[in-house]
Design a protein around this ligand. Structure first.
Ligand code: TRP
Ligand code: CA
Ligand code: ZN
Length: 319
């Protein structure tokens, strides 16, 4: 009995010492040395105040430009210039890719974080245009802000992942995924195979939110789901129209995709309200594609959680 206790104590002390040295306890019960543990730096917490700061800027841009940020309108280009300036100041290599849709010039913004394996690229993107009816704050200033703030967090952390990171803000999504399709069509076959994952955020701050994860690439899906499980927030598979956002052109050429969504015109059920809160019998976003999609039309809790989930997934997949 005494001998058993002593052995236990010794083993526990060894475990504590090993953990203090940065070791990992495997499920088998073996302790591996610090060099054997895969080192994945924890993603930072994306500050909500920074996210809402970007939403306020997009709202001001719309207000100063006829009330929208739509393709071919001055509010779109002003939105793009705002995002580009932040990325340039943070050390990104940015480029504006011009296309034409409906007789008007459209623009994608691509931002590359210098370094990483150019043959293994992880991308995250969001559409930056609104419909003409309104400012498009939930749809999709929220996704645009989440992707922007994650990119800025990469710079603040001076994150040096194994893979190469690329961020994108798409034009003319509301006209039928025009910008993202233009980008994918312009990739060579070799460039396509270099992109190992594309993460899409379109509407991630719906005012009566659900927590929906795209049911596409299983590794991307599980990485997103793992983050929400850690928060204790249940998720569901996204079903409100598969292929209705900018991941579709990537998926169509065989690139692994995933993404997050908090709901548009579908109505929250009683079961969903029971697990997520909010109001059953009401749309996830009753202002979807309407003039009332302003900064008043956002769940900041949903925006914060989805942005943190994006940072976690990007860090994990690119390390
Ligand atoms: N911008 C998309 C649209 O207007 C919003 C949307 C609807 C969506 N259903 C979706 C985005 C499902 C992602 C997944 O169609
Ligand atoms: Ca956060
Ligand atoms: Zn939309």
């Amino acid at each position: 009995m005494t001998a058993t206790l002593t052995r236990r104590t010794v083993r526990r002390r060894a475990l504590i010492a090993a953990f203090a040295a940065g070791a990992t306890l495997l499920t088998s019960g073996f302790v591996t040395g610090p060099t054997a543990a895969p080192k994945v730096a924890a993603a930072p917490d994306i500050p909500l105040a920074n996210l809402t700061g970007h939403l306020n800027q997009f709202q001001s841009i719309a207000t100063a430009n006829g009330g929208n940020r739509a393709h071919g309108r001055p509010g779109y280009r002003a939105s793009l210039d705002y995002v580009k300036a932040k990325l340039d100041a943070a050390g990104y290599t940015t480029s504006i890719r011009t296309f034409t849709s409906g007789g008007r010039a459209g623009y994608n913004l691509i931002a590359d974080w210098p370094g990483g394996d150019p043959n293994q690229v992880i991308m995250a993107g969001a559409h930056l245009d609104s419909v003409t009816a309104g400012a498009g704050i939930n749809d999709n200033a929220t996704g645009s802000a989440a992707v922007l703030e994650t990119a800025l967090a990469v710079s603040r952390a001076q994150f040096r992942p194994t893979k190469h990171l690329r961020f994108a803000w798409w034009g003319a999504e509301e006209l039928g995924l025009v910008g993202s399709r233009n980008y994918v069509n312009g990739l060579s076959a070799a460039d396509r195979t270099r992109i190992k994952g594309y993460l899409n955020l379109d509407m991630v701050g719906s005012p009566n939110p659900g927590y929906f994860v795209y049911d596409d690439d299983p590794v991307i899906e599980q990485t997103f789901k793992g983050y929400f499980a850690g928060l204790g927030v249940p998720t569901e598979i996204e079903t409100e129209g598969d292929g209705r956002s900018d991941h579709a052109p990537f998926k169509n050429v065989g690139i692994p995709v995933g993404g997050l969504f908090t709901g548009a015109g579908y109505v929250k059920s009683a079961a969903q309200a029971a697990k997520w809160g909010g109001t059953s019998g009401v749309a996830f976003d009753r202002c979807y594609h309407r003039a009332c999609d302003t900064t008043a039309n956002v769940s900041t809790t949903a925006l914060d959680r989805n942005s943190d989930a994006l940072a976690h997934t990007l860090w994990t997949l690119s390390s």
